[in-house]
Design a protein around this ligand. Structure first.
Ligand SMILES: [Zn+2]
Length: 240
């Protein structure tokens, strides 16, 4: 009996056999895409225009081509086998961020805690995905750092993807808070906000604001990738 297309789709769902970056059949992550992702040096990054309160931020490759395809597949299509692939990039970015930020370097040298704080996900996207990719990523990238799942959204926010920079900022303004049970523990602790992609910077600004508001130590941020330039707006793509 010939395979029906719907059956093939089911097989693909159960065991994806194409590269998440470029679609090449027979491999989940091909050497060419690994090369694109792995050879980008960690770099400081800021959006243009740069919003007030944007924390010092480091990132990896441009969010384009196979990098973008891999992040979308990992986040939206459950390609969890890419977590270590993306975490390896994030680990390099994190090392660069810790080395470039004097307060964080001092804390690491003293053996004092540095908190990796994942950007919060909307409860609706957690329900849809059945998982929380960014905390998974932070945990996979952490070495001796503490992953503190400290941030949550205090109200419903719109999907950021279709919004302009100004709309994104308004959408997230004062929408993030630090969970009460970790507030005291974060006082004076240098924090690193972790997210998969930085676009306009609105999410990182709001996360940093919330952490600073409870007296957390200096706040910097790391992401796997950054949009190459300002997105064409509006952009109908699902993401948070
Ligand atoms: Zn590939």
């Amino acid at each position: 009996m010939p395979w029906r297309p719907d059956l093939l789709a089911l097989v693909e769902l159960a065991a994806p056999s194409s590269c998440a970056g470029c679609g090449t059949a027979g491999t989940r992550w091909c050497p060419d895409c690994a090369n694109v992702l792995g050879t980008a040096a960690p770099r400081p990054w800021r959006p243009t225009p740069c919003p007030a309160g944007f924390p010092p931020t480091w990132t990896g490759p441009a969010y384009a081509g196979p990098v973008r395809a891999a992040v979308v597949a990992w986040k939206e299509r459950d390609r969890v086998e890419l977590t270590p692939v993306l975490a390896a990039v994030l680990r390099g970015v994190l090392a660069e961020a810790l080395a470039a930020s004097a307060p964080h370097t001092v804390a690491v040298l003293r053996g004092a805690p540095v908190a990796l704080v994942p950007a919060p996900s909307a409860p609706s996207s957690v329900r849809t995905r059945g998982r929380r990719p960014v905390p998974e990523l932070a945990a996979a990238a952490a070495r001796t750092d503490l992953v503190v799942d400290a941030l949550r959204l205090t109200r419903r926010v719109q999907d950021q993807a279709g919004l302009s920079a100004r709309q994104r900022a308004a959408n997230l303004e004062r929408a993030v808070t630090v969970r009460p049970r970790v507030r005291a523990a974060l006082r004076g602790v240098p924090c690193v906000v972790v997210d998969d992609v930085v676009t306009t910077g609105a999410t990182l600004v709001e996360c940093a604001r919330a952490l600073r508001a409870v007296g957390a130590g200096p706040v910097v941020a790391v992401t796997v990738a950054a949009t190459a330039r300002r997105p064409v707006e509006p952009r109908p793509r699902r993401s948070d």
